[in-house]
Design a protein around this ligand. Structure first.
Ligand SMILES: [Zn+2]
Length: 268
C-alpha cells in the first residue's frame, strides 16, 4: 500500500521507511480520508529512562486540505499514549508534522498563503476552501507575511480603507506615492497612537525629504500627520476641493430657488 500512496509520505514529510503506517486510504470521491499510525516501538521515559507502558491508542482527527479541489481531507491519527510506571510521566506519541494541540498540520499555512496570492480572492472564500475561520486565515497571513515599506517620496497621499475586520482593524491607513500611485505602506489602523509610533519609526532624515502630504479633510490628516514631516505642507486633495465647491454652489442655487418661490407665492 505504501507504494501506491508514496506521495502522501512526501506531502506529510514523513519517511516511507516503515516507521509510519498509512491505512484506510481513500483519495477518490468526495469523502477522502487516511489513517496514520506509528509502528510499535519501545519508548523510554525522558525523566527516569524507564521503559514506558502503553495506555492505549487514541484517534485524533486533523484537517489537511492538500487537495487541489480543496475538499475536506481529514487525517485520522492513531496516537499511542505512554505512561512511565516508575515516575508517572505521561506523553503522546510524536508525529513530526503535527504541532501539539493544533487542529491543522504544518502544511496548512503554506497552502493558505498560496491561495491568498490571488488578488481577487477574499479571506472569506479562502476560509471556506480550507474549512477554517476568517480570523484563522488573517492570523496566518499576518504571522507569515511581512511586506516591507517602500521609501517615502516628495509628495505622499494618505487615506484610509474600510476593512472592518475587528475594532482595531476598522480602517487601514494607506500611504501612496502621489506621482506614481504606488502603495508605500499600509498601517493596520489610523489611531493617533498607532500613527505616532509608526511615523517615529521612520528615520527623521527620510521624513525631512517629504514636501507635501495630500489628504482629504479628515482633521488628524491635516493637523497631526504633518507634524512628523517638518518640511511638508498639507494639501487638500483636488477631488475634495471640487466636491466642496460643488456643494457650496448647490447650497447657493437651492437658496436662490427657495427665495424665488417664496416671492412668487407672496405675489401670486
Ligand atoms: Zn519515568
Amino acid at each position: 500500500m505504501s507504494d501506491d500512496y508514496s506521495y502522501l509520505f512526501d506531502l506529510l514529510s514523513i519517511p516511507d521507511d516503515g516507521s509510519f503506517i498509512l491505512s484506510d486510504v481513500c483519495v477518490e470521491g468526495p469523502k477522502k480520508s487516511v489513517t496514520l499510525s506509528r509502528r510499535a516501538a519501545p519508548a523510554f521515559c525522558p525523566q527516569c529512562f524507564s521503559r514506558m507502558h502503553s495506555k492505549g491508542i487514541y484517534t485524533r482527527t486533523l484537517l489537511h486540505p492538500v487537495f487541489q479541489d480543496g475538499s475536506f481531507f481529514p487525517i485520522l491519527l492513531k496516537q499511542r499514549r505512554w505512561k512511565c510506571p516508575r515516575c508517572g510521566f505521561q506523553t503522546n506519541e510524536r508525529f513530526p508534522f503535527v504541532e501539539r494541540y493544533k487542529q491543522s498540520t504544518n502544511l496548512t499555512p503554506l497552502l493558505v498563503l498560496d491561495a491568498l496570492k490571488e488578488l481577487q480572492v477574499s479571506t472569506r472564500s479562502v476560509a471556506r476552501k480550507f474549512h477554517m475561520s476568517d480570523t484563522q486565515i488573517r492570523n496566518i497571513f499576518s504571522s507569515y507575511v511581512d511586506l516591507k515599506r517602500l521609501p517615502l517620496t516628495e509628495f505622499i497621499s494618505i487615506d484610509e480603507v474600510y476593512l472592518n475586520i475587528d475594532d482595531s482593524h476598522k480602517y487601514a491607513f494607506v500611504i501612496m506615492d502621489f506621482a506614481s500611485g504606488q502603495i508605500i505602506d499600509i498601517v493596520s489602523n489610523r489611531w493617533t497612537s498607532t500613527l505616532e509610533k509608526y511615523f517615529l519609526s521612520i528615520p527623521r532624515e527620510e521624513r525631512l525629504l517629504v514636501k507635501g502630504i495630500i489628504s482629504d479633510a479628515y482633521k488628524p490628516y491635516l493637523e497631526s500627520v504633518p507634524a512628523f514631516f517638518p518640511n511638508a505642507c498639507s494639501i487638500l486633495d483636488s477631488f475634495h476641493v471640487i466636491s466642496f465647491l460643488i456643494r457650496k454652489l448647490n447650497d447657493h442655487l437651492n437658496r436662490m430657488i427657495r427665495t424665488r418661490r417664496e416671492k412668487l407665492k407672496k405675489n401670486g
